[in-house]
Design a protein around this ligand. Structure first.
Ligand code: NAP
Length: 324
């Protein structure tokens, strides 16, 4: 099968198209013929060795994908050959990622892909939607009727957070750095949109809450925004740090009068039980149409390097996806 292989860490040029053996399903495993693979910023951090948890070399990148069940190993049940599915990861086997024509999965990684969604949309689900759900529900314990600021609403996690928050009955404020991004966040259900590059946008956010502040902030770039977020919180407000790319100075006093909390969140910390619960919620939302993944850019598998450049560019518009 064709797959993208990383044999040394470095820039996008280390993503090379190779011919690798087709996977064979073992006990309880499924082989999925992938038609699309999702690209996430974390794929770039891992490729460039910018974070601690790096896979052994060589490896095939990718945690997100969608396609058709091609083969089931002994004891694998719940799916049939030809079923449309999306993935929430792959089995821990050498050279087994989703930037490939095939992936080897445990059945727990395989979820039904409703007929009204494309494979590219299916490949846009896993990391973005599970991160948004875990941030809003598990960490912030958001409630219907509360107000959330999705600080960075135009990208993969942001779009997912807007849709989930709306489905929960929250009032949603979201930011984007481009006019196209702000149109997108409105389309996805935000009640108010702001330009996070405009000098006066924080005042606009406070005004939109009648001066009360927001209950929850889902923060995509905490090293830029965390101190500003604290000033936007209502009493008992929570900031969930989803993304961070450097150090930040905050005025901790801003948390005191509000009884506010800063909460870290890493999807990698979700347990197997958490993932079952999270994907049960996501699968229901995908089936009933309240969750609608947005694919902004598609690249052929062979152009994975260009996709890695695109996912780090400003002007986000939903997800970047590889067509395999
Ligand atoms: P993405 O698709 O690239 O989106 C990035 C978002 O951040 C865009 O909406 C972008 O808006 C926005 N942004 C850029 N500058 C900003 C600013 N100054 N203030 C507010 N927002 C700003 O990335 P993603 O997949 O949504 O992921 C978002 C972040 O979460 C990344 O850092 C990623 O590594 C991290 N993440 C963490 C976890 C976890 O487990 N903790 C899981 C998934 C992702 P414009 O482009 O319109 O400016």
């Amino acid at each position: 099968m064709r797959a993208i292989c990383v044999r040394r860490t470095g820039g996008p040029e280390v993503l090379t198209l190779e011919d690798l053996p087709d996977p064979i399903p073992g006990e309880g495993q499924v082989v999925v013929r992938l038609h699309a693979a999702g690209v996430n910023p974390v794929d770039v951090y891992i490729r460039s060795a910018a974070q601690g948890r790096n896979p052994a070399l060589p490896y095939v990148p990718g945690m997100d994908g969608a396609g058709l069940v091609e083969a089931l190993g002994p004891g694998a049940s719940g799916f049939a050959v030809g079923d449309r599915v999306y993935l929430s990861g792959t089995s821990p086997a050498p050279l087994n990622g989703t930037y490939a024509e095939r992936a080897l999965c445990a059945t727990a990684h395989v979820h039904p892909l409703p007929a009204h969604l494309t494979f590219a949309q299916g490949a846009a689900v896993n990391v973005a939607y599970a991160t948004a759900y875990r941030s809003l529900v598990d960490r912030a314990r958001s409630q219907p009727g509360e107000t959330v600021l999705v600080h960075g609403g135009s990208g993969g996690v942001g779009v997912a957070a807007i849709q989930i928050a709306r489905a929960m009955g929250m009032t949603v404020l979201a930011t984007a750095g481009t006019e196209r991004g702000r149109a997108l966040v409105f389309e996805q259900g935000a009640h108010h949109a702001f330009d996070h590059r405009a000098p006066d946008y924080l005042a606009g956010i406070l005004a939109a809450t009648g001066g009360r502040g927001v209950d929850v902030v889902i923060e995509m770039i905490a090293n830029v925004n965390l101190d500003k977020d604290l000033g936007l919180l209502a009493r008992h407000g929570r900031v969930v740090v989803v993304g961070n790319r450097g150090r930040v100075e905050i005025d901790a006093r801003q948390t005191m009068g509000r009884d506010a909390a800063i909460l870290g969140m890493t999807l990698m910390n979700a347990t197997a039980e958490d993932r079952v619960r999270i994907h049960a919620a996501l699968d229901a939302g995908l089936a009933n149409g309240s969750l609608r993944p947005v694919v902004g850019r598609e690249f052929p598998l062979a152009e994975a390097a260009a996709a890695h450049v695109a996912v780090m560019e400003a002007g986000a518009y939903g997800k970047v996806v590889l067509i395999t």
